[in-house]
Write a protein that binds this ligand. Structure first.
Ligand SMILES: Nc1nc2c(ncn2[C@@H]2O[C@H](COP(=O)(O)OP(=O)(O)OP(=O)(O)O)[C@@H](O)[C@H]2O)c(=O)[nH]1
Ligand SMILES: [Mg+2]
Length: 239
């Protein structure tokens, strides 16, 4: 019967960089069941980051990036010899278990059905690493503008009228509307809401006064104050 396991040896291209993206299944209904705060729930976001950190501790990837219900992972090696079934199943189950346990352990939530994530593999060349993460960070910002716009409009409109208003709104109009009507300046929102959260090894300079030397230690940082991604940002992480 072993011969029937026909997908088990399918591998990612070993010469590419490997990115894997995990996305929560049906988190729109989960957010309702858990009464997540709108438009952003910091506690939920922190638990997503913690699930990311669990993966980081176990697999030590190069860089991770999370916003909303998704986590992207960039590796500087190919785990499981690149076997696609292993990669997709292990990372999605690890993040699902981690988040399920965390939510169970937080007394705010009870009666939780086990959570699931899907997983996809994205092989990229060196030059495409920045393009990929810029794409996801642009998505995070778009998502931020849209949800603030949605919750502001919802206070004034409903049903078809709300849909029509939302569809007709360009992002600049949402900016102006939020500022004029609600006093919300999107540019001043917490950075994690606009740019997402990164998990990576960052340099920490330890100065020793005794011998006047400084040493660079790399500690794992959960960065809620990410800059706008640039090529230089990734060059500094990859080196
Ligand atoms: N209220 C609230 N909801 C959130 C938050 N973060 C993520 N979500 C929810 O998670 C959803 C993520 O979007 P999608 O991945 O497109 O939706 P989904 O329901 O998970 O659908 P599939 O991924 O296709 O299964 C959002 O639509 C929100 O409903 C948060 O901080 N607060
Ligand atoms: Mg989802």
């Amino acid at each position: 019967m072993k011969g029937h396991e026909i997908y088990s040896e399918i591998k990612v291209p070993l010469s590419s960089n490997l990115i894997l993206r995990l996305d929560g299944r049906n988190f729109h209904s989960l957010s309702k069941k858990l009464s997540l705060k709108m438009p952003f729930d910091y506690e939920f976001t922190s638990l997503m980051a913690k699930a990311g950190l669990d993966i980081f501790k176990e697999f030590s990837p190069l860089f991770m990036y999370t916003f909303s219900d998704e986590i992207s992972i960039l590796f500087n090696y190919i785990p499981f010899s690149g076997r696609i079934e292993k990669l997709n199943s292990i990372f999605s189950s690890l993040v699902s278990s981690s988040l399920t346990l965390s939510i169970k352990n937080s007394d705010r939530y009870n009666d939780l059905f086990p959570i699931a994530f899907d997983s996809r593999i994205i092989p990229v060349s060196d030059g495409e690493i920045f393009s990929y993460f810029k794409w996801r960070q642009d998505e995070a910002y778009k998502n931020c503008i849209n949800i603030y716009g949605y919750y502001a409009l919802k206070e004034e409109y409903e049903g078809d009228e709300l849909k029509k208003k939302l569809n007709g709104f360009k992002s600049q109009q949402i900016h102006e509307y939020l500022f004029r009507k609600k006093g919300i300046n999107l540019g001043k929102l917490p950075t994690w809401q606009r740019r997402g959260i990164g998990i990576y090894r960052a340099c920490k300079i330890n100065s020793s006064q005794a011998n006047n030397t400084s040493r660079q230690n790399k500690h794992v940082s959960v960065d809620e104050n990410l800059p706008k991604f640039t090529k230089d940002f990734f060059n500094s992480i990859i080196k």
